[in-house]
Design a binder for this molecule. Structure first.
Ligand SMILES: [Zn+2]
Length: 302
């Protein structure tokens, strides 16, 4: 296919360019200069100051799923441009650029996997694809992952890295907030766990919907988490805001999230949670199967 060839050429060139310039990296927090391969080998965390670099969807999946267990679903779902939206560039053009840059068709990769042998549905955001924004395809992929989890009786893990709802899809993007939240309620009715992992950054419509609905909410150290940006809040409320008020550690201290976990320990933590919830859910399931919860779930869908 012509487009396929063009796409792989673009991606190949981009990759070679990337490799050349990425031999050395500078930590934005402690300014240490480090050999990229060495940092990559320790899950892209600065060995000097524990700064967690942003990572792409593939690396994220590799850091959580058991090796070789991840089976991607819905990879052919790609955004359309229902509003024929254009700002400085057309949405169509932005999508093409994002595809060439990341090799993905949307900002979300979803699939089935095991985590230390616990089955789960895993959804990860790739911030490099249009700022990890939530559009109609991303919302649909999340809902389908939840539906698969309900069918299989397993938990859902969503790793967020997003600036929020995708403005190029306007209301279609905003609708995904309620659509994903409703799907997670159905999961809840089945007594199945949702583990939400917040990484740098988790903002806007993503933090204002599914990302904050986890049975357990885990954040990586130092991640920027909030709804509006600091400048906007300051202009609105007219007071100086506390230092680091939108970072993981501050949010943990103030009870908005459950734990801050280093990237290297997230897999084990998630596996422990899945085991814990799967042991707990057994007696509850009998109750859910026989009564009102099922009805409630059905009426919600209609
Ligand atoms: Zn550092």
């Amino acid at each position: 296919m012509e487009f396929g060839t063009m796409f792989s050429n673009l991606f190949g060139k981009e990759k070679a360019k990337e490799e050349q310039k990425s031999q050395w990296i500078k930590c934005p927090k402690c300014t240490s200069l480090m050999y990229y391969k060495e940092v990559e080998a320790i899950q892209n965390v600065c060995p000097k100051c524990n700064h967690h670099f942003r990572i792409n969807a593939d690396k994220r999946i590799a850091s959580i799923a058991d090796e070789g267990s991840f089976v991607e679903h819905d990879e052919r779902l790609a955004p359309v441009d229902p509003l024929k939206f254009s700002d400085k560039k057309s949405y169509k053009k932005r999508l093409e650029e994002a595809k060439a840059k990341t090799g993905k068709t949307s900002s979300v990769v979803s699939g089935s996997c095991t985590v230390n042998n616990n089955p789960a549905e895993l959804v990860v955001f790739d911030f490099a694809f249009m700022g990890g924004s939530l559009g109609s395809v991303e919302g649909e992929k999340i809902v389908r992952a939840v539906d698969r989890a309900i069918e299989k009786g397993c938990g859902v893990i969503i790793v967020s890295a997003s600036g929020g709802a995708r403005m190029q899809e306007s209301t279609y993007a905003l609708l995904q907030m309620s659509k994903t939240s409703a799907a997670l309620k159905r999961l809840d009715h089945k007594g199945l766990p949702f583990i939400s992992i917040l990484t740098d950054p988790t903002m806007g419509g993503v933090s204002a919907s599914f990302a904050m609905l986890g049975d357990i909410i885990i954040a990586e150290p130092g991640a920027l988490i909030g709804f509006a940006g600091q400048r906007v809040i300051k202009q609105t409320v007219g007071v100086d805001l506390p230092e680091g008020f939108q970072r993981s550690e501050f949010l943990l201290e103030h009870g908005l999230i459950d734990m801050v976990v280093d990237r290297g320990s997230i897999k084990q933590t998630v596996a422990d949670m899945l085991t814990l919830f799967s042991d707990e859910k057994q007696p509850d399931l009998a109750v859910f199967d026989s009564g009102e919860h099922t009805e409630a779930a059905e009426s919600e869908e209609s």
